[in-house]
Ligand binder design. Structure first.
Ligand SMILES: [Mg+2]
Length: 218
């Protein structure tokens, strides 16, 4: 599956392979390749059956900023992977989503100065479009890995050729990476991608699985 013939993941405001500047890891640590792939709603911010539709509806779950900070202090880069079908359902625009994400980043950094999000990917597609980039399929995780790997050596992402599905054979090891989500589709995407998945309670979010991820000393 090549990039041209599929419904690809999206980034806020820019093309998928636009330049990507990764924030320095805490304590200038050298990145070892670990990525924490995180769902958004019910993991970082409060979810809603009717979607998170406006900036004012963005509410951090307890200790989600500290959890993201702790993951980065433990050496993980952070890649948000979020299904956002309201866009292709025609409910609201991608610029609205971008404002929601700006607010989320702001709140995370307010509560923990290390809680940077390296990359946010979203899937604007409606369920009936069958997009590989919509969870339970792993397209967002596949893109996240390739984008972050490339950006860590060349922020311009020049000549980047993303691969998906069976077309991507030379995959890096994901045994030190994790995926956190609050729903079955998140765990399915993790399993299809080949990364260990942690299912959290949507009312408490990521903080409820941090000791499972980082071990007993956490
Ligand atoms: Mg969720």
């Amino acid at each position: 599956m090549g990039c041209d013939d599929m419904l690809t993941p999206h980034r806020d405001d820019v093309e998928l392979t636009s330049p990507l500047q990764l924030p320095q890891l805490p304590n200038d640590a050298v990145w070892d390749g670990s990525i924490a792939y995180l769902d958004r709603d019910g993991v970082i911010i409060e979810g809603s059956e009717n979607y998170v539709n406006t900036v004012d509806e963005v509410v951090l779950l307890p200790d989600s900023a500290k959890s993201v900070g702790d993951l980065r202090r433990a050496g993980y880069r952070i890649c948000i992977v979020t299904n956002q079908s309201p866009i292709n359902r025609g409910l609201w625009s991608s610029s609205n989503l971008s404002m929601i994400h700006d607010r989320m980043r702001q709140l995370l950094l307010r509560d923990d100065g290390d809680a940077h999000l390296d990359l946010i990917l979203h899937s604007p597609y409606a369920p009936w479009e069958g997009a590989w980039a919509r969870k339970p399929f792993p397209g967002m995780l596949e893109a996240g890995r390739q984008l972050i790997d490339s950006a860590s050596s060349d922020t311009s992402l020049k000549n980047m050729n993303l691969k998906f599905g069976d077309d991507w054979s030379d995959r890096p090891d994901e045994s030190n990476s994790v995926m956190v989500g609050d729903r079955g589709v998140d765990m399915s995407a993790a399993a299809r991608f080949g990364v260990v998945g942690f299912l959290c309670d949507p009312d408490t979010g990521i903080s409820s699985v941090m000791d499972s991820i980082l071990g007993d000393s956490y």
